[in-house]
Design a protein around this ligand. Structure first.
Ligand code: FES
Ligand SMILES: [Fe+2]
Length: 348
C-alpha cells in the first residue's frame, strides 16, 4: 500500500492533521501544578514557570516512563514523582538525584512543543516531523483586534472524532433544524441553495438567498491554525454590539475524542463592553451552552463509522470541500514523512 493511499490518508487524518498550531487548554487550566493531557494521541505535560510562561513536553519520564505530569513543577523544569529525575523545558535531563554521574544527565530525551498563549488559550505546535520550524500563527480580526472586539472563550471535551466537530460547523443548515428552538436560530428559511466562495486563507460556504437572519454562512481559514468563523444576528434585547461572532477551533485528543474551543465575540467598546460582558455572564452564556450541548449530544450519538455510509447533498459541499482540503494537506505530510524515513534509512 502506498504511503498516500486513501486508507493511509484517512488514518493520518483521524489522528489529527499536523503542521499547525492547536489550542490545547484554556489558560486558566494551567496553574501551579503540572497538567497532563492527550492531544493527537500524544501524552503531553504542561506547566508554568515563575514568569508565567507555559512549557510543554512529552509526558514520559526518560528513566522508567512515569508521567511527568504527576510530578513537581520546579519552574524551568519538572521533577518526576517516581525517582526524582528532572527534565527542563527543552527536554534535556538536568538532574538524576538518586545516583552520581548518570549518563542520562545532559541528554535531550524528550520532545518539546512550541507554545504560545493567545486569547485565553494555550496553543501548541504539532509538526509533521519533530524538528520542523513552527508555522507563523495569525487570527481573524474578531480575535486579534482586542480594542474593537470583546470575547469569552468556552471549551468542552466531546466524545467524537475532531473531524465531526469541524464538519458540524461547516454545515450552517443544521442551525435551522438542530437549533430551531434556540434563542438565536429560530428565524428564516428552512430551505436554501448554498455556494462556496474562495477567500485568502480558505473559503466561505453560504446560503445564496439569505444573510443576516440565522446561521447563514461560515468561513474556514488556515493561518497557522484551522479556524472557523460565523456570525449570528442577535435580537436587540441581547444588548449592544450587533452580530454575535463565533470563532471556533477543534483539537483532536485521540481518534474518538476532541476538545472544542469557541470564542464568543461582540464588537463593543467602553461602557457597552461592560454591559455586554455582564449580560453574557448572567444571561446569555447559559443559552449558548444549551446550543452547544445540542451539537455535542448529536455528534456523540452519530452512527458508528457514519462517514463510511453517507449520502451527501448540496448542503454538504462545505464539508466535502473541507475534507478535500485536509486530504490534500495530509498527502503532502505523508510524502514528507516518507522522504524523511528514506533519508534516515540511507547509509551515512
Ligand atoms: S520513572 Fe521517573 S525518575 Fe524514575
Ligand atoms: Fe450547532
Amino acid at each position: 500500500m502506498s504511503q498516500t493511499s486513501a486508507a493511509n490518508v484517512q488514518d493520518y487524518l483521524d489522528q489529527g492533521i499536523r503542521a499547525c498550531w492547536y489550542p490545547v487548554l484554556a489558560s486558566w487550566e494551567v496553574a501551579q501544578q503540572p497538567v497532563g493531557i492527550t492531544r493527537l494521541e500524544q501524552q503531553i505535560v504542561l506547566w508554568r514557570d515563575q514568569q508565567g510562561q507555559v512549557h510543554a513536553l512529552e509526558d514520559r519520564c526518560p528513566h522508567r516512563g512515569a508521567r511527568l505530569s504527576m510530578g513537581w513543577n520546579l519552574g524551568d523544569r519538572v521533577a518526576c514523582w517516581y525517582h526524582g529525575v528532572e527534565v527542563n523545558a527543552t527536554g534535556v535531563v538536568t538532574d538524576v538525584p538518586a545516583i552520581d554521574n548518570c549518563p542520562l544527565l545532559g541528554q535531550k530525551c524528550l520532545q518539546s512543543y512550541p507554545v504560545q498563549e493567545k486569547f485565553g488559550a494555550i496553543f501548541l505546535y504539532f509538526g509533521v516531523t519533530a524538528t520542523e520550524e513552527p508555522a507563523p500563527l495569525s487570527f481573524p480580526p474578531e480575535l486579534s483586534d482586542e480594542a474593537s472586539y470583546s470575547q469569552f472563550l468556552c471549551t468542552a471535551s466531546w466524545h467524537c472524532n475532531y473531524q465531526y466537530a469541524l464538519e458540524n460547523v461547516m454545515d450552517p443548515m443544521h442551525g435551522s433544524y438542530l437549533h430551531a428552538s434556540s434563542h438565536s436560530m429560530a428565524e428564516g428559511d428552512r430551505k436554501a441553495q448554498m455556494s462556496l466562495q474562495a477567500t485568502e486563507t480558505g473559503f466561505i460556504f453560504k446560503k445564496n438567498e439569505q444573510s443576516g437572519v440565522n446561521f447563514d454562512w461560515v468561513e474556514l481559514g488556515v493561518s497557522g491554525c484551522y479556524w472557523m468563523r460565523l456570525s449570528i444576528p442577535y435580537r436587540q434585547r441581547f444588548g449592544p454590539g450587533g452580530h454575535f461572532w463565533i470563532v471556533g477551533m477543534v483539537v483532536p485528543e485521540d481518534r474518538d475524542n476532541c476538545r472544542v474551543f469557541f470564542w464568543r465575540i461582540r464588537k463593543v467598546q467602553g461602557w457597552q463592553r461592560d454591559l455586554w460582558r455582564f449580560m453574557y455572564r448572567n444571561r446569555l452564556e447559559a443559552l449558548h451552552w444549551d446550543v452547544l450541548e445540542q451539537d455535542r449530544v448529536l455528534l456523540e450519538n452519530m452512527s458508528p463509522n457514519a462517514r463510511d455510509k453517507e449520502y451527501l447533498y448540496q448542503h454538504d459541499v462545505g464539508l466535502s470541500h473541507l475534507r478535500r482540503l485536509l486530504q490534500k494537506q495530509a498527502k503532502q505530510h505523508l510524502a514528507k514523512l516518507a522522504a524523511q524515513q528514506e533519508q534516515q534509512a540511507q547509509p551515512a
